[in-house]
Design a binder for this molecule. Structure first.
Ligand SMILES: C[S@@+](CC[C@H](N)C(=O)[O-])C[C@H]1O[C@@H](n2cnc3c(N)ncnc32)[C@H](O)[C@@H]1O
Length: 217
């Protein structure tokens, strides 16, 4: 991890308290709009029997929804340990604990220890990590069929909002930074690993992109 960010910084931003609040919101209202776009796209394509790898999935709501829709198994790789207790509670409540394996590690650093999956998901993760090529490249290499990602649009309003947020984080010495990695570079990095973009859905803040593996001729 680079100088901008530290494990302490991640734990402050993604605290146990915020994880519990997210779980409460998910129990009451279900998925938020961006996560819903990802799950709807994958359900429309068909997830029955597929394996799922979610990187930076937080409380694991997307994995839960994909398993309920018929996915076979899921692996969660999460950098911050604060989600683990509440994520396990949600899995137990849904009766799905035996179909998800959760590991706490930096996927960009430890990708070689993780098996590939049919479906790989990174929802709002790339903007929380300094080394985009390493993270997006490893995710693309692990996607046997499809890679789903969301990341911020590069507009004047997202640039202004992130500048403000990063200035506050710096002033508070929080050892965390939010990155506006250029969307075209994220896509190019993934495509260089044998995938091709099939979805580029722009919301006000977030782009949801899907890339499929190009079958060998
Ligand atoms: C903004 S949160 C998004 C959580 C969830 N995906 C969502 O959209 O609600 C970003 C998450 O990505 C995780 N993360 C960032 N870089 C990571 C990496 N290299 N490996 C694993 N997790 C990572 C962080 O720990 C954090 O939980």
């Amino acid at each position: 991890m680079s100088d901008c960010c530290s494990p302490k910084g991640y734990r402050w931003v993604f605290s146990e308290r915020s994880a519990r609040a997210e779980a409460k919101r998910y129990r009451r209202k279900g998925l938020d709009a961006t996560s819903r776009r990802i799950v709807d796209y994958l359900k429309a394509q068909g997830v029955a029997g597929r394996t799922v790898l979610e990187v930076g999935g937080g409380i694991g709501a997307i994995q839960l929804e994909l398993l309920k829709a018929g996915a076979a198994r899921a692996v969660s790789i999460e950098l911050t340990p604060t989600y683990e207790d509440i994520a396990r509670q949600l899995l137990e409540e849904a009766g799905l604990a035996d179909r998800v394996e959760r590991k706490v590690m930096d996927f960009a650093q430890a990708a070689a220890q993780v098996d590939s999956a049919d479906v790989v998901v990174l929802n709002r993760v790339i903007c929380c990590y300094p080394d985009m090529p390493r993270l997006a490249g490893a995710a693309a290499e692990h996607a046997r069929e499809v890679l789903l990602m969301s990341f911020p649009r590069r507009t004047w309003w997202t640039a202004a909002a992130l500048w403000l947020a990063n200035s506050l984080l710096f002033l508070m010495r929080r050892e965390f930074h939010i990155f506006l990695h250029p969307p075209e570079r994220i896509i190019a990095t993934s495509e260089s690993r044998g995938l091709r973009e099939v979805l580029d859905q722009k919301g006000v803040l977030w782009i949801v992109a899907a890339l499929r593996r190009v079958s060998a001729a």
